[in-house]
Design a protein around this ligand. Structure first.
Ligand code: NAP
Length: 310
């Protein structure tokens, strides 16, 4: 069957796919443009997409032969799941294999922003460091802090396990339990976001939520950029209403170089590296290919987010 993979993947997983199907792999570093995707749609039977590829109702409508979609991510906010389900097209994702790797990065961001790692590194490189000083680049402890986890699923729980080792008091909130979000925001020294991007969570951390946080608290986001209102966060940082923010994900991605958020003080920002280790990205590739192989064979995908046929 005709399969389009919108990017090269680490490891040899795509070779396994190519052994069974006619696979075109987009060679670019940047995602294929809209027109490139739409041009392939009429003959497309399998799609291996990344979180940067909008798989929306227009694309699905242009792809009458499409039988399976495999997204190389656990988040599936780039895919119109309802439109796919209406067509009976299974959609797969890559949960679990990236949980611990992403949780590690959340901890790295908490420590990085609160212990001022970037400022310290830049200070040494500028040749300004003269001697050990009692008041040099003082930060705040993660150890013993109160940490609030927004979205207590696989990654949120993995973060909680790590925070217990830091002697933190851990609060959490999700639709099915925990403390109310407002209470979590008011009590936490670190607020870390781990919910999916949905219509409900888009802009969840905006002016109102940021105003509830302590002025000494840090915001960490390794989930999806649009869960945090970028303009509201930029204002809060510029006005010193929270202590800092550490972001693996932003809205938009990437931020333009002259964006006001990048001029804000106490910001640590990464280019969406949550799952970015050699081992994890290879496991994701294997899982994504296994999902697609199953979907094209009309078998249940090992990790399928759309309803399975009865
Ligand atoms: P998961 O196991 O599905 O957990 C998500 C949690 O969010 C669930 O506990 C869910 O609980 C909660 N939730 C859903 N809606 C909510 C709302 N409105 N308010 C508060 N909580 C809500 O997913 P996961 O595997 O932990 O991944 C979480 C997200 O992380 C993914 O969707 C993805 O976007 C992101 N991610 C990013 C990276 C990266 O590279 N930075 C890597 C991996 C994952 P309830 O249903 O009880 O609310």
């Amino acid at each position: 069957m005709r399969v389009f993979a919108t990017r090269r993947l680490p490891g040899d997983a795509l070779d396994r796919l190519a052994a069974r199907h006619e696979v075109e792999v987009w060679p670019g570093q940047l995602p294929p443009g809209r027109q490139e995707l739409l041009a392939r749609a009429p003959e497309l039977e399998g799609l291996l997409s990344l979180l940067t590829d909008p798989v929306d109702s227009e694309l699905l409508a242009a792809a009458p032969k499409l039988r399976a979609i495999s997204n190389y991510a656990v988040g599936v906010d780039n895919v119109d799941l309802e439109a796919a389900a209406r067509r009976g097209i299974p959609v797969g994702n890559t949960p679990d294999v990236l949980t611990e790797t992403t949780a590690d990065l959340a901890l790295a961001l908490m420590l990085g922003i609160s212990r001022r790692l970037l400022e310290g590194d830049a200070y040494v490189r500028r040749g300004e460091w003269r001697t050990w000083e009692t008041g040099l680049l003082l930060g705040r402890d993660l150890y013993g802090a109160t940490a609030g986890i927004v979205g207590f699923g696989r990654i949120g729980r993995a973060v909680a396990r790590r925070l217990e080792g830091f002697g933190c008091e851990v609060l959490h909130t999700s639709r099915s339990g925990g403390v109310p979000l407002d209470q979590l925001l008011e009590r936490s020294d670190f607020v870390t976001v781990h919910s999916p991007l949905t219509p409900e969570t888009r802009g969840l951390i905006g002016d109102r939520a940021l105003a509830r946080m302590k002025p000494s608290a840090y915001l960490v986001n390794t989930a999806r950029g649009p869960i945090v209102d970028t303009a509201a966060l930029a204002r809060a940082l510029h006005e010193g209403r929270i202590a800092g923010a550490a972001l693996d994900v932003t809205d938009p991605e990437p931020l333009p170089g002259d964006h006001s958020l990048l001029q804000a003080p106490n910001l640590l920002v990464l280019p969406h590296l949550g799952s970015a280790t050699h081992a994890t990205r290879e496991r994701m590739a294997d899982m994504a290919v296994d999902n697609l192989l199953a979907g094209l064979a009309e078998e249940p995908m090992p990790n399928q987010v759309t309803p399975r046929a009865p």
